[in-house]
Design a protein around this ligand. Structure first.
Ligand code: IVH
Length: 679
């Protein structure tokens, strides 16, 4: 940013104030007010203005000193050499620009070491005669906080150094304390259960855990540590390069990140940055970039440091996966079973590789737990392919008078009272006539896992319902080219294709009809079993609970659900329409479509299930997988083929994200059962 549209002096003051406030919240309160990306943008803008207006540079500007300042809770520790920060490169051209700068200082070829940039907090450890003696936070880089008692509880930090060579009489080791993702999830679950404040991310959890007055609290938090630098060192072996330093640290018993690599030149550096970016979600802890360091310590000395950061290192920052944005509204959507799901309407933000404008809030308790309120600035997170999530509000930015969100009393679509039964997490619209449920039921009937009618998605269904052409799934078969063509956005060709698709769906078979009707608990495998055993829809409708439970894979829950379904007048009407329209309701001819569930194989694939699914109990989901040759196991590993995620998933979801295991929601699961894995 070269020129600012507003008065530069005014903007500089404004940016400094914003940064100061953000620093205060981040370091003193462990309660950040902005996402890192926003903070970085302020810093860059400030630096840009200061570069083009050198008269505005002031010694106390945040650009002239490292972030962070010590608090009053812990005794101050003056670092023997300052703990500097790192300059950032936000893309490859900035990385190469850094390289150009350092090659102007040093003429010999430069070798590098690449490290993951851990998203935790920098710590200095002092070992005297090999014994762990003191730990301090970075603070403002000159003075940090004494957190010895707390750091002493971190299991991976040795109390006594070992190693083959002579132990230095005094050595300062620097590195990062962080919280592994699985431990973070677990901690937040515990916090939630106890009604305590949730941590926004693992870094805040690590910082909050380390800055506890009572070390027993720190001890109950699973913190970890990687060493990546030396401060002062009196005695011990002479070290000439960073890779020698790391090897020595490892030998002395300090944990060193196994993903660190020596890199011969800047091309290898660029490739390393990309590799680490790819591995970002499979490390088990959060990283926000790669740190590239000049390997040769002699070359480092030649390059030197500014007051803020060394010239011999650079942080290559990854695109942010967390951003803050405005929560414009909280609305409720109604599903085909009437489930009312709250969701966040956000001021769209580009995060984690896509623009996010909507995010589910799951249920009433989830909104209460996060306490997000309309008008709040919220942290939105989207990591990799994972569904976007509202992490929580930025309380510092909450407007006075912001009200707690209340679940609406009435269905937004039909106005009838919403019902939440005791002991259940979900709230329902129980009016079967509800127009939104109607739309969603039709959408489900036409979906790929059911009757697979191409071109009949939610938008079209809504249009046809509004035009009075559809009131239930049975009406689909009354759609003709003549009736469709007058509608908006409906060319003759599309109408013909759609009617062709509808026609083809008549012979999908009874099992798919049953799935399409949306009988609760009746998944594709049970539907097939029932269809095969009873032979026709008439027989199923007439069957007693005993006759139904006699079918392999059908228990009381399914049997009673089937009976309940046919007891509803509206459902019988739909079935009549299907029959009149010539839809195949006989099992014998069932399941012979091009992509029959029966033909699907999941041979050699391993599944892990977490959270509740709508259409299947756990056992049913397992049976569906096993019926196709797949296996279900309990724990997620790199070998897991898919993790199927339902409502309120457990820590397995986090584990899958860490390991980069593909994640399926219920719709994806149904699809996989129907069609098999993509080739
Ligand atoms: S070296 C003078 N190596 O990033 C260089 N820092 O943005 C000192 N960090 O304060 C830092 N991973 O808290 C270094 N592998 C790594 C790192 C790392 C994370 C943090 C560290 C530092 C901050 C600078």
């Amino acid at each position: 940013m070269s020129e600012s549209p507003v008065d530069p002096q005014q903007r500089v003051a404004e940016l400094r104030a914003l940064i100061q406030e953000a620093d205060y919240r981040y370091y003193q309160l462990d309660d950040p007010s902005v996402a890192d990306a926003e903070y970085d943008a302020w810093m860059r803008e400030l630096r840009g203005i200061e570069e083009s207006h050198p008269d505005l540079v002031a010694p106390d500007s945040p650009t002239q000193r490292p972030r962070g300042a010590p608090s009053a809770t812990f005794a101050p520790v003056r670092h023997e050499s300052p703990m500097l920060s790192l300059d950032n490169a936000f893309d490859h051209s900035e990385l190469r620009a850094w390289y150009e700068r350092i090659t102007r200082i040093v003429s010999d070829p430069i070798g590098f070491v690449g490290e993951p940039k851990l998203d935790g907090l920098a710590i200095s450890l002092l070992y005297v005669d090999g014994r762990f003696t003191r730990a301090a936070t970075r603070g403002d880089g000159v003075t940090g906080e004494d957190v010895t008692a707390n750091v002493a509880t971190i299991a991976s930090i040795p109390k006594q150094m070992n190693g083959s060579g002579a132990v230095p009489s005094r050595v300062e080791i620097r590195g990062e304390v962080f919280m592994p993702l699985a431990s973070f999830e677990e901690l937040n679950r515990r916090q939630g259960d106890a009604g305590d404040r949730l941590f926004a991310n693992p870094r805040n959890a690590a910082a909050g855990s380390l800055r506890q007055k009572d070390p027993r609290v720190t001890a109950s938090r699973d913190l970890d540590f990687f060493a990546y630098a030396l401060g002062v060192k009196d005695g011990g072996p002479a070290l000439r390069s960073h890779h020698e330093t790391l090897a020595w640290l490892g030998d002395a018993g300090l944990p060193v990140n196994p993903h660190i690599e020596r890199l011969a030149d800047i091309d290898a550096v660029a490739a390393f940055c990309e590799r680490i970016l790819q591995q970002r979600h499979s490390l088990g802890y959060e990283i926000d970039g790669a740190v590239i360091k000049v390997d040769d310590l002699g070359q480092r000395d030649e390059m030197g440091s500014t007051s803020k950061a060394p010239r011999w290192a650079i942080a290559y920052k990854f695109p942010p996966e967390e951003r803050t944005t405005l929560l414009k509204n909280i609305m409720v959507s109604i599903g085909r079973t009437g489930r009312a799901t709250p969701f966040a309407m956000l001021e769209p933000v580009f995060v984690g590789g896509s623009t996010v404008g909507l995010a589910t809030l799951h249920n009433e308790d989830e909104v209460a737990r996060k306490d997000v309120r309309v008008g709040d600035t919220v942290i939105v997170r989207k990591a990799g392919d994972v569904i976007p999530e509202v992490v929580g509000p930025v309380l510092a930015k909450r407007k006075p008078g912001a009200r707690r969100w209340k679940f609406p009393k009435n269905c937004p679509a039909c106005g009838s009272p919403l019902v939440r039964l005791e002991g259940e997490a979900d709230t329902h619209c129980v009016n079967v006539e509800c127009p939104e449920q109607r739309v969603q039921r039709i959408v489900h009937f036409a979906s790929r896992g059911a009757m697979d009618i191409e071109g009949l998605g939610e938008e079209r269904v809504r249009q046809f319902v509004d035009a009075g052409l559809l009131s239930d799934a049975g009406d689909i078969y009354s759609l003709t080219v003549e009736r469709l063509v007058p509608l908006e956005r409906m060319a003759k060709k599309s109408a013909e294709n759609l009617v062709g698709g509808i026609d083809a769906s008549r012979s999908r078979g009874l099992a798919r009809v049953l799935v399409g009707l949306g009988v609760r608990h009746l998944g594709p495998t049970a539907a097939q079993a029932v269809a095969r055993a009873l032979g026709s829809l008439d027989a199923i409708e007439a069957a007693s609970v005993d006759e139904l439970t006699a079918v392999d894979g059908v228990g009381r829950v399914i049997a009673e659900s089937v009976q309940r379904f046919f007891a509803v007048e509206g459902n019988r009407v739909v079935v009549e329409k299907l029959r009149d329209a010539g839809v195949d309701l006989k099992a014998a001819t069932a399941a012979a479509p091009a992509r029959a569930p029966g033909g699907v194989t999941l041979d050699g694939l391993t599944f892990v299930l977490t959270g509740g699914l709508d259409a299947y109990s756990r056992e049913q989901a397992q049976a569906e997988i096993e019926a196709r040759g797949g296996k279900v196991t309990n724990s997620v590993s790199k070998k897991t083929s898919y993790v199927v995620v339902g409502e309120s998933p457990g820590s397995k979801l986090a584990k899958a994200e860490q390991l980069g295991v593909p994640i399926l929601d219920e719709a994806g699961f149904v699809d996989l059962l129907a069609k098999g894995p993509e080739k």
